[in-house]
Write a protein that binds this ligand. Structure first.
Ligand SMILES: Cc1cc2nc3c(=O)[nH]c(=O)nc-3n(C[C@H](O)[C@H](O)[C@H](O)COP(=O)(O)O)c2cc1C
Length: 187
């Protein structure tokens, strides 16, 4: 792949909500995480970490989603709980990007969260270049005590992204519309 090919792949990347097996294998995933970990990081604090939810870990995570849903909405119907239970099954692999900010004299918390966001997007971009599909999702589940406990988050940590990964399925999304970019050149 030439540099121009790489730029094209990055420019034409689209999020892929429908993802099937195969997911990146262990070696490929390690490479993608290493690329993502190269995100800008003021003070080299590494204020983030990854929680990998592989194929076999998706079921238990879905149970945690359903339990959190039942706790949040005791009136939820079985169908609604099932909807939550199956959410992690939408891709063969999910990587949770967790922001782990630390108290620091020079690097405020927002910068550390920005670094975690850069890591998440880096993972999405790396997956695309490697020929996989990905989508960054969020939602209330990451704030739910039962899900936080399942992920092993500390009180300071938050979920920045659920990055769903796999092989794209379904029709390719339409090309990104050409719109003027909000750019101002200072004179
Ligand atoms: C912080 C953040 C949270 C997001 N949460 C969701 C989500 O929960 N569900 C979803 O479908 N898309 C979510 N998105 C949007 C997708 O990741 C993606 O950007 C969007 O589908 C546009 O697709 P594109 O990347 O092809 O332009 C989120 C994006 C960001 C930055």
């Amino acid at each position: 792949m030439t540099d121009r090919d790489l730029l094209r792949a990055l420019r034409e990347r689209r999020s892929r909500p429908r993802l099937v097996a195969p997911a990146p294998g262990p070696g490929e995933l390690a490479e993608l995480l290493a690329v993502a970990a190269g995100a800008p990081d003021h003070g080299r604090l590494r204020p983030w970490r990854f929680v990998v939810v592989d194929e076999s870990a998706r079921g238990p995570l879905g149970e945690a989603f359903a339990a959190a849903h039942a706790e949040r909405a005791p009136e939820a119907t079985p169908e609604q709980l099932e909807h939550s239970r199956t959410k992690p099954l939408r891709a063969p692999l999910v990587v949770v990007v967790v922001a782990s900010p630390v108290a620091h004299a020079k690097v405020p918390q927002w910068e550390q969260h920005a670094s975690a966001a850069a890591v998440a997007h880096g993972l999405v971009l790396a997956a695309a270049v490697a020929g996989f599909g990905a989508i960054w999702r969020t939602g209330w589940y990451g704030d739910a005590p039962k899900v936080r406990a399942h992920l092993g988050l500390t009180a300071e940590e938050t979920v920045t992204a659920w990055v769903y990964l796999g092989t794209p399925a379904g029709p390719a999304p339409a090309p990104r519309p050409e719109v003027p970019l909000p750019v101002t050149y200072l004179r």
